[in-house]
Write a protein that binds this ligand. Structure first.
Ligand SMILES: [Zn+2]
Length: 166
């Protein structure tokens, strides 16, 4: 009896690229896990409300192109090394002394699926009140493609404002 080679519907690797294309990365899929990081360091590194990462085992991570274009920022106190594209500034990955076998890559750099959905939230207590959290959106008249959310209702300060609940 011969064994027919298995054909997979999804590729075994996922490629990631920076904005200018100088650096290309690759991981074997599925990744180890994926998560949202709401902490200050992720926020400032990305200039965004939060960052979404794919965590890969280091042995399943490769730099395919542009290694010489990579710049690094080492935050020695925290034991974290962040790598960026030296040409376009795109955050490429970060590594921690605490988890030396892992590499974390921004999910946005991947153009294909990574085998893991971001179901975990780190430092959610640091989430900013200006972060979009899925509130209902309405089209803004006169600006095609622009949506807006209605201002949040202010919470009453005095419990007496809720006479039925107290
Ligand atoms: Zn680049």
């Amino acid at each position: 009896m011969t064994t027919k080679p298995k054909t997979l519907a999804t590729p075994k690797t996922a490629k990631a690229k920076c904005l200018c294309g100088a650096v290309t990365l690759e991981i074997d899929v599925p990744a180890r896990w994926a998560f949202h990081d709401h902490g200050k360091a992720a926020r400032l590194t990305h200039g965004a409300a939060y960052a979404t990462y794919v965590g890969s085992w280091r042995k399943r991570f490769r730099i395919l192109k542009g290694e010489d274009d990579i710049s690094q920022f080492e935050n020695g106190k925290a034991g974290i090394t962040r790598s960026f594209c030296g040409t376009c500034g795109t955050p490429l990955f970060y590594e921690t002394a605490r988890s030396p076998h892992m590499v974390n890559i921004p999910r946005a750099l991947f153009e294909s699926r990574t085998g893991r959905e971001p179901r975990y939230h780190l430092r959610i207590g640091e989430q900013q009140d200006w972060a979009y959290t899925g509130a209902e959106l309405k089209p803004l008249k006169g600006f095609p493609g622009v949506m807006f959310e209605r201002p949040k209702k202010k919470k009453p300060k005095n419990p007496a404002d809720f006479p039925d609940e107290f």
